[in-house]
Design a protein around this ligand. Structure first.
Ligand code: SAM
Length: 278
């Protein structure tokens, strides 16, 4: 696959590899938000559903169960390793297909009932082109349901961790321009409305969902490992010297010890749960 899109290149580098390795922890982190999105999707027996940026495939498994053998689910992911992981995890389910490619360019017949994504829609270089293209896969009246993150400062799993990491870093990274492709690209409600309207969707509903994001599978050590391997704090830490990485690890251990509630460690999360009709 030729990757010229910088976000796709990133996902095909360390990020994708880590998301494969920490997929169970990522599922735990998204757990409550994910459940709200699945309720809103409300996939029915026999339906045909597209899952954009399907990652390691957990949402494919959930949707496949809901639509059953009479239905069909196609997952699309631009990261070779994550698409391969999703293929392996769903190989025994005949109603699932996984495509490795850019959702901006994938060609789908206009036969799908629903288009779903759990945090996979924020990375497009040209969001309107991507949304228009994906809308082509929906039948008239087909529904769109996806989650994106709200602003970084409303998400403790980002802001709190950055406040631990940044004091150790000699060069503070320049803030991303608003709306730039990446984790927080679609944090502005107005921007979401603009994209959906320009790509032909109607009856848009944008719900404010605030839910805790679980950090790791339990305990301080697991939370530190997760923070050091998945997410923006991890990407920044990996660029540091081994000494600085040690200092960040110690800082994270102290931070998580302070917020731990027994074995459970969660940080505030704020997402938009977006739905619309084709
Ligand atoms: C934040 S992860 C979410 C993964 C998965 N939906 C989940 O909830 O575990 C974003 C995913 O979008 C994929 N992605 C990024 N840009 C993409 C594009 N242009 N086309 C298809 N997938 C893309 C990444 O490879 C990654 O798997």
């Amino acid at each position: 696959m030729t990757n010229i899109d910088p976000q796709i290149e990133l996902w095909n580098g360390n990020s994708g590899e880590r998301w494969v390795r920490y997929r169970d922890e990522t599922d735990l982190a998204f757990g409550v938000l994910s459940a709200s999105a699945m309720v809103r999707l409300n996939a029915q027996t026999g339906e045909r559903v597209i899952d954009v940026g399907c990652g390691a495939g957990t949402t494919l498994l959930e949707i496949a169960k809901a639509v059953g053998p009479a239905g069909h689910v196609v997952g699309i992911d631009a990261c070779d390793k994550l698409a391969r992981c999703a293929q392996l995890r769903t190989a025994h389910i005949p109603q699932v297909q996984v495509l490795c490619g850019d959702a901006t360019q994938v060609e789908l017949p206009p036969s799908y009932d629903a288009l779903f994504s759990r945090f996979g829609m924020m990375f497009f270089a040209s969001p309107i082109t991507a949304f228009r293209n994906l809308r082509n896969g929906l039948r008239p009246g087909g529904r769109l349901v996806f989650t994106v993150w709200q602003a970084a400062n409303k998400n403790g799993w980002h802001a709190d961790l950055m406040s631990v990491v940044l004091p150790h870093v000699s060069e503070t990274p320049a803030p991303s321009p608003p709306r730039a492709p990446g984790t927080f690209a679609m944090s502005e409600r107005l921007y979401l409305e603009e994209i959906l309207s320009a790509s032909g969707f109607r009856d848009t509903l944008i719900e404010d969902v605030r839910e805790p994001v679980q950090m790791g599978s339990g305990g301080v050590a697991a939370a530190v490992e997760f923070a050091l391997h998945v997410g923006p704090a991890a990407s920044l830490t990996e660029k540091q010297t081994p000494e600085t990485q040690q200092a960040i690890r110690a800082g994270l251990t102290e931070f998580f010890s302070g917020v731990a509630c027994g074995e459970n460690i969660s940080l505030p999360g704020a997402a938009w749960l977006v739905s619309a009709v084709a």
